[in-house]
Design a protein around this ligand. Structure first.
Ligand code: HEM
Length: 423
C-alpha cells in the first residue's frame, strides 16, 4: 500500500473528525494484514458468534468474549488456535505448564507484584524521560516529531531495562544495520527484532502450526534477545524487573520464559497504542481540548484519553483460544478441539470513535488487555507509557499530523511513520 500523506490540520467539527479518524484507522488495520481488514469488516455486520469455515468460531460480542476468556475449564491458549501453541513450538514443551498449566498459576501468583501501578510508574518514568523531553522540546521549537519512531525507542528502552540487555553491544549492531544516527539505534534494533519475531505469527489465524524455517528464525531472534537474561537474573539489583523476579521466587527458567513473553507481548502493542492514540486525538479534533485543560481537569482528561485510546486501538485485535471441552456460548455449542477467535477490536470499537466525553463502558472494561487468568500482566506499564507520551504532547501541543504511513505486514497494526507538528 502506498504511504498515506496528509497535510491537513486537525478538523474542527466532531463528526468530520470522527470520520477522518475512522478512515485512517481502517487503513492501519488493512495495511497490517488485508485479511484482518476483511475479517473486521465482515464480523462487524455478522452475528455475535458465528462459525467461519477454515477459521473457527468468530466472537465479536464483548460479553461473550469475556465469558469465553474467563472459562478456563473450556478454553486454553495451549493447543491449536492458542498463542501457547506457537510458544511451545519455539521454546519447547516446558513452556506449556508455565503459560497455561499449574506453573502459570504459580508464576502469576508470585509475579502479582511485579508491575504494580507504582512499580510501573517508576519503570516508565526512567525509560520515557529522555523521549518525552525530546518530544516536548521539538514541538515547542516548532520542529516536527515522528511519534511512531519515538514510541519504538521508548518501548525499546523499557525492554533493555527490563531484560538487562547490553545496550553497548546492541548499539554496535544497530550502527552496522544503519539504525544509529542519534544514539538510540540500540532501542530501534530491539524493537525491529521483536517486530520481526511477532510477524512470524502472521497468517496463523487459520492454523497455529509453524513451519521449520519459521521456528528456526524465531529461535534465533529470541536467543539473541534473551541471551543476557540468566546473567541479569542472577546479578541485577531488586530495583530491576529481573532482580525483582529473583526476589519474588520466580526461577531462572521461568524468568527466561517470562522475558520472551514480555518482549513480544509488551513492545509492539504499547508502541501501537501510543502512535495511534496520538493520531486519533489530532484527527478527531480533541488534541486541543486536552492541551487547553489544566490541573485536575487535564489529569482527568488524560485518564480518559488513555482508556479511550486503548479501547479504540485495541492493539491486540484478536485473541485465539483452543476449546478443550464442549461448551455452549451465546446459544451455540462449541466442541472440544474447535478454535475460537475473540475479535476484541470489533467488540471494543463498536461503541464508536475516541471520545473524551465517553463514560466508562462496563461491557468493554479492559477487554483490550484480555480477561481471566491471562489478563495482561503489563497493563499498568502500558497505561503509564501511553500517559507519559500524551502528557508530553498535551504540554507542548496542540498537535496535528503532517505525515503518516501505516506499517505493512505486521502482527500488531500501527504506523511506521507518524509525523506531528505543533498546530
Ligand atoms: C497497549 C499495550 C498492551 C496491550 C493492548 C496488551 C494486551 C494484552 C492481551 C490482550 C493479553 C492477553 C492475551 C491472551 O489472553 O491470550 C496480554 C497478555 C500479556 N501481556 Fe500485555 N498488552 C500490552 C502491553 C504489555 C506490556 C507493556 C507488558 C509488559 C511489560 C505486557 C505483558 C504481558 C504478559 C506477560 C502477558 C501474558 C499474561 C499471561 O498469559 O498470564 N503487555 N496483553
Amino acid at each position: 500500500m502506498e504511504p498515506v500523506l496528509s497535510r491537513r490540520t486537525h478538523p474542527v467539527s466532531s463528526p468530520t473528525g470522527h470520520r477522518l479518524a475512522t478512515r485512517h484507522e481502517r487503513r492501519v488495520i488493512r495495511s497490517a494484514d488485508p485479511r484482518l481488514g476483511l475479517l473486521v469488516a465482515l464480523a462487524r455486520r455478522g452475528p455475535r458468534i458465528v462459525r467461519a469455515p477454515g477459521l473457527g468460531w468468530l466472537v465479536r460480542d464483548p460479553a461473550l468474549i469475556r465469558e469465553l476468556l474467563v472459562d478456563h475449564r473450556s478454553t486454553s491458549l495451549l493447543g491449536e488456535g492458542g498463542v501457547g501453541h506457537l510458544w511451545s513450538q519455539v521454546l519447547g514443551d516446558w513452556v506449556e505448564d508455565l503459560f497455561d498449566g499449574r506453573g502459570h498459576h504459580s508464576l502469576r501468583t508470585r509475579a502479582r507484584d511485579l508491575f504494580t501501578e507504582a512499580a510501573a510508574r517508576d519503570l516508565v518514568s526512567v525509560a520515557a524521560g529522555p523521549v518525552t523531553e525530546l518530544l516536548r522540546r521539538r514541538l515547542r521549537d516548532g520542529d516536527t516529531v515522528d511519534v511512531a519512531d519515538l514510541a519504538k525507542v521508548l518501548v525499546g528502552r523499557l525492554v533493555v531495562a527490563m531484560l538487562g540487555l547490553d545496550a553497548t553491544t546492541l548499539a554496535d549492531e544497530a550502527a552496522i544495520a544503519g539504525l544509529d544516527d542519534d544514539g538510540w539505534g540500540a532501542y530501534r534494533l530491539v524493537f525491529a527484532r521483536g517486530e520481526e519475531l511477532a510477524a512470524l505469527a502472521l497468517g496463523t489465524q487459520a492454523d497455529t502450526t509453524l513451519s521449520d524455517p519459521t521456528v528456526a528464525r524465531a529461535r534465533e531472534l529470541l536467543g539473541g534477545l534473551t541471551s543476557g537474561v540468566p546473567a541479569a537474573y542472577r546479578s541485577s539489583p531488586v530495583t530491576t524487573v529481573l532482580g525483582r523476579c529473583r526476589e519474588l521466587g520466580v526461577t531462572e527458567q521461568e524468568a527466561t520464559g517470562l522475558a520472551s513473553l514480555l518482549l513480544v507481548a509488551g513492545t509492539e502493542t504499547a508502541a501501537s497504542a501510543i502512535a495511534r492514540t496520538t493520531a486519533l486525538l489530532a484527527d478527531t479534533g480533541q488534541a486541543s481540548r486536552l492541551c487547553a485543560a489544566t490541573g485536575d481537569e487535564r489529569d482527568d482528561l488524560l485518564d480518559v484519553a488513555v482508556r479511550e485510546g486503548l479501547r479504540v486501538t485495541t492493539p491486540a485485535p484478536v485473541i485465539g483460544r483452543h476449546v478443550t471441552r464442549d461448551v455452549t456460548v451465546g446459544g451455540r455449542t462449541l466442541r472440544a478441539g474447535d478454535r475460537v477467535l475473540a475479535l476484541t477490536y470489533v467488540a471494543n470499537t463498536a461503541p464508536g470513535a475516541l471520545d473524551l466525553d465517553r463514560p466508562y463502558l462496563p461491557d468493554n472494561r479492559h477487554l483490550w488487555f484480555g480477561a481471566g487468568r491471562h489478563l495482561c500482566l503489563g497493563a499498568p506499564v502500558a497505561r503509564a507509557e501511553l500517559r507519559a507520551v500524551l502528557g508530553a504532547l498535551a504540554d507542548a501541543g496542540p498537535w496535528a499530523v503532517v505525515e503518516r504511513e501505516p506499517a505493512r505486514r505486521v502482527l500488531i497494526p500501527t504506523y511506521r511513520r507518524l509525523v506531528v507538528a505543533r498546530g
